[in-house]
Design a protein around this ligand. Structure first.
Ligand code: NAD
Ligand code: DEZ
Length: 351
């Protein structure tokens, strides 16, 4: 009788997919390594996953020594259920001719929805007014005098006195009719663009690596860098970090933007020049920002951006939802099944 292949799993796969996989191989769920549980060291991972033909990782690290050990004990398939599998040394795998399966864009919807949230928060100063209300700065004496708030019929919005907190907190602008620059029209940039279009925004997409046809098929405008910078009311950044993008968003970009423009970054801080960014926001070269990613994480509590009133900051949360594991589980199951059935695999990490 033919021996079944052996698979070790460090992340969750959907139940139905697992049943299908189990028709081809024996599955071991690495006890300590179940996604999100325990403090897993690389040494633990190395030992628990040793001796398997198929290794499926979640967030666990696997460096040179670990991979060499697994390869010499028969590993032929490795999958990493992450959008960017930098936790695994792909050079070792390339040398051994073992493709690395991963789950690209697994959190693209999560990031895109969050990105829209950041755009709205920045446009409408949501975080300022919410924090103000928590501190008891709601309505204030003057507002209570002017407006009979419990009786909605009598509420007249404005004019607001320049000293009133609402002038600073609450008065924002609508996304409708505004231009959104999308820098990098990949998995996430595209998801942001289609959602922003539903708000009535015009999309100016800058991505020199994509054909204009592809962008325009989504009803967006493919533009050059200068056009995006000059015309956009908001610029949403979705660039990867590669040598040519490090620090690419710098004073040259800011000097070409509208002084009211808002920069949204859920990509990576490394694509923005930190010093130029802080200066542009402090001196009003640009209007504001909403950011989820930092040059050093966790972001130091005294970072100047955290206390700027024209900046919305969140702690690298855009890609996290309770649904993301489902998406990566589906994609990773497809990869495993393709390997087991000797079919072409779809998601191979090239870098
Ligand atoms: N905040 C989070 O939680 C979170 C989660 C997931 C991904 N990310 C980050 O979001 C970013 C985008 O991810 P993605 O999955 O959409 O990547 P992607 O590779 O699908 O898309 C990137 C796009 O940028 C384009 N591009 C590359 N260099 C460019 C340049 N110089 N100018 C203009 N366009 C350029 C590429 O052609 C590609 O279309 C990445 O930096 C990723 O690490 C953040
Ligand atoms: O910023 C990101 O890329 C994600 O939020 C997270 O930090 C990593 O995503 P993953 O590569 O695990 O999909």
């Amino acid at each position: 009788m033919k021996m079944k292949k052996k698979l070790v799993l460090c992340t969750q796969l959907p139940e139905k997919r697992l049943e299908e996989i189990e028709q081809y191989c024996d599955v071991t769920v690495a006890g300590e390594l179940r996604h999100g549980k325990g403090n897993v060291t690389e040494e633990m991972t190395r030992e628990e996953c040793d001796g398997y033909e198929i290794v499926v990782l979640g967030d666990e690290n696997a460096g040179t020594d670990t991979l060499n050990q697994w390869i010499s004990s028969g590993m032929k398939f490795i999958g990493v259920a992450k959008g960017t599998p930098v936790t695994v040394d792909n050079e070792v795998l390339k040398a051994a001719n073992i493709p690395l399966s991963y789950t690209p864009g697994r959190n693209r919807v999560a990031v895109a929805e969050y990105n829209i949230g950041l755009m709205l928060a920045a446009a409408r100063k949501l975080t300022l007014s919410a924090a103000g209300l928590q501190k008891g700065e709601h309505l204030g004496e003057k507002m209570s005098d002017i407006y009979d708030v419990p009786d909605v019929k009598n509420v007249i919005w404005g004019p607001l006195d320049e000293n009133h907190p609402y002038t600073d907190y609450g008065i924002g602008f609508e996304l409708y009719g505004k231009k959104l620059g999308v820098a990098g029209y990949g998995a996430i940039g595209r998801e942001v663009a289609v959602r922003a279009k539903a708000f009535g925004m015009e999309i100016l997409a800058y991505d020199p690596y994509l054909s204009a046809d592809k962008i325009e098929a989504d009803g967006c405008k493919a533009v050059d860098l200068d056009t995006m910078l000059k015309e956009s009311d908001m610029i949403s950044i979705h660039l990867p970090v590669v040598d040519s993008t490090k620090g690419i968003v710098n004073k040259d970009w800011f000097s070409k933007m509208k002084p009211t423009a808002i920069v949204v970054n859920t990509a990576r801080a490394a694509v923005i020049d930190q010093k130029d960014f802080v200066e542009a926001l402090e001196t009003g070269i640009i209007g504001g920002a909403a950011i989820d990613v930092y040059w050093k994480e966790p972001v130091p509590s005294n970072h100047p951006l955290l206390s700027m009133r024209n900046v919305v900051c969140t702690p690298h949360m855009a890609g996290l939802t309770t649904d993301v594991d489902h998406w990566s589980g589906e994609m990773m199951s497809q990869e495993v099944l393709a390997y087991l059935k000797d079919e072409d695999r779809k998601y191979i990490w090239k870098r």
